[in-house]
Design a protein around this ligand. Structure first.
Ligand code: ADP
Ligand code: MG
Length: 249
């Protein structure tokens, strides 16, 4: 088995909430530079999967390895691990009384103890990459939803994560803002970022993914390393039925 450029490995993950099995024996390996898109019906366990990876949820079985090392869920390890894993959610949760620049440099300065000038220089470069360098001194309320979500992506990138977990980051945006955020994610993918993405944007999934995982009922029902083929003719009936509910031409 190839371990060289493995970033994240999940082995037989099992997660329950109050006796209900939510993640049922999921195994998955993510290599450096891979973009894996997870799709599936609402409630099938996509968010829970990402939250387990980031230790926001406890797990009842299996293990999660970062860089080949099992994540031991002690407080110290968890904070070290969260520096390696960037997460962006549907709600961007920026601090309202801090500027954009302060929002994105807070963790690098406080948690990673980086020099303020260095953190700010890099933050401005990253803000520039998402078209927002000129908004660095604004406050979140002055930005649109799409702009705030691009800031949230920059905030994650400023920590130099090994992998980014994105959970339906466009789901709460007005339709005209979805595109600008997905463009940013596409450009990250092209520049080699390693990502695990949950989305309901099927055309985007097809464009960005190296691999598609179709989840249903806490299990990987279909996995495809050929997204175009998967979206054109899925192999399982369940994936087919799910895709029929979308209009992605
Ligand atoms: N904190 C929780 N307590 C109990 N059940 C939960 C909790 N979080 C999620 N669930 C349940 O786990 C299942 C999967 O949820 P989720 O991972 O959010 O699905 P998805 O993101 O695919 O829509 C759902 O049935 C949901 O009700
Ligand atoms: Mg979800």
């Amino acid at each position: 088995m190839e371990h060289g450029n493995e970033v994240l490995r999940i082995e037989h993950l099992h997660k329950e909430f109050e006796g209900n099995v939510i993640i049922n024996d999921i195994s998955l390996t993510v290599h450096k530079g891979e973009v894996i898109v997870v799709i599936g019906p609402s409630g099938c366990g996509k968010s829970t999967l990402l939250r387990c990876i980031n230790a926001l949820e406890d797990i009842q079985g299996g293990q999660i390895l970062l860089d080949g090392v099992p994540v031991d869920r002690t407080a110290k390890n968890i904070s070290r691990m969260r520096e390696k894993i960037g997460m962006v959610f549907q709600s961007y949760d920026l601090f309202p009384h801090k500027t954009i620049l302060q929002n994105v440099t807070l963790a690098p300065i406080k948690v990673q103890k980086r020099k303020k000038e260095d953190a700010e220089k890099e933050a401005v470069e990253l803000l520039d990459r998402v078209g927002l360098a000129d908004r660095k001194d604004d406050y979140p309320r002055q930005l649109s939803g799409g702009q705030k979500q691009r800031v949230a992506i920059v905030r994650a990138l400023c920590m130099h994560p090994d992998i980014l977990l994105l959970d339906e980051i466009t789901a709460a945006l007005d339709p005209e803002m979805v595109h600008e955020v997905l463009e940013v994610v596409l450009s990250l993918a092209r520049s080699g970022s390693t990502m695990l993405i949950v989305t309901h944007e099927m055309a985007f999934a097809r464009a960005v993914a190296n691999r598609i995982l179709f989840l249903d009922d806490g299990r990987i029902v279909e996995e495809s390393a050929d997204p175009k083929k998967f979206f054109a003719c899925p192999e399982t009936e369940r994936a087919g039925a799910f895709l029929k509910t979308f209009d992605y031409e």
